[in-house]
Design a protein around this ligand. Structure first.
Ligand code: SF4
Length: 291
């Protein structure tokens, strides 16, 4: 491995020139805008998040505005972004911010990670991107860049390991503002250049010091990587059921939900799980509604 600072200058300079102008970045972005974006981006690509993020911020420009509305409205507005439990968690976090933090998104990692639905990654990302704090921010893009550039491996392990976190910590610039830019810059490099299936090493600012390239781009031979499936899964059934209720003005009778999926057992299982997750409530015998 070469000196860590070898990577800083080219990556930071590349980011300065190539960063996308996203609404949750830059001086005009509020901490709430950053927080909403982090919830939405957890499982969803930027292009799909952009319009939903704009609508969300227009409707609920502050955590308190969201907290004062029903959680069911958050689920409805989440639309087809997928993984709708994120909408409930974001609403619960907004309630906690209103009730315990005077309506202001907390600045410290320790306060952020106490909020409902905010784990290590999201707390570090909000503290870093919204407040310029110095944190290791390990999302899939950052992990892939570090695995290749520093460890010489095509992909990181399926879940974050201690050694990986220690490596990322050792790479973090000392001063907080630079560390925050480094975090978002490595993320952007992974999103735009060092992509999962087709890294564009010719356009990469660190190709001459990338350990994976130097090793001849060896193929990944670690533990099996998770492949996201959709068609035919309970997730797909849940999505269809929720869409019917979301697009209805009031409670929906079961017989309408029965039409979205022919496999009775799978449909019942999906419906029951939506109720257990709090995304749907049974309001009267055989009717279902948003919370
Ligand atoms: S040189 Fe290629 S593999 Fe290495 S960090 Fe850049 S894009 Fe990724």
């Amino acid at each position: 491995m070469r000196g860590v600072s070898d990577l800083h200058s080219p990556v930071l300079a590349w980011y300065d020139e190539h960063a996308r102008a996203l609404p949750w970045r830059g001086n005009g972005a509020t901490a709430w805008s950053v927080m909403v974006s982090e919830f939405m981006l957890q499982q969803t690509p930027v292009v799909r998040v952009l319009p939903m993020h704009a609508q969300w911020l227009e409707r609920w420009p502050t955590p308190t505005a969201l907290a004062d509305d029903d959680s069911g409205e958050a689920v409805r507005a989440w639309g087809r972004l997928g993984y709708p439990r994120r909408a409930l968690r974001l609403h619960a976090a907004a309630v906690a911010i209103r009730d315990q933090h005077g309506g202001q998104v907390p600045e410290s990692y320790d306060d952020l990670v106490e909020l409902p639905g905010v784990g290590d990654y999201t707390a570090a990302a909000i503290a870093s991107f919204a407040h310029g704090r110095r944190h290791v921010v390990l999302d899939t893009n950052v992990r892939r860049v570090l695995a290749r550039a520093v460890s010489g491996e095509e992909f990181p392990p399926p879940s974050v390991r201690k050694a990986e976190r220690e490596l990322a910590t050792s790479l973090l610039p000392e001063d907080a503002p630079t560390a925050a830019t480094w975090a978002v810059a490595t993320m952007e490099l992974g999103a735009l250049v060092c992509t999962a299936t087709n890294p564009d090493c010719d356009r990469c600012p660190i190709t001459d010091r990338c350990a994976w390239v130097a090793a001849g781009r060896p193929a990944y031979d670690g533990p099996a990587r998770k492949v996201q499936s959709w068609a035919g899964t309970d997730r797909q059934v849940r999505g269809r059921l929720l869409a019917v209720v979301r697009e209805s003005a009031g409670a929906v009778p079961r017989r309408r939900l029965d039409q979205v999926w022919t496999d009775d057992a799978q449909r019942e299982r999906a419906l029951a799980s939506l109720v257990v997750d709090g995304l749907l409530v049974r309001v009267e015998p055989d009717h279902f509604a948003l919370p």
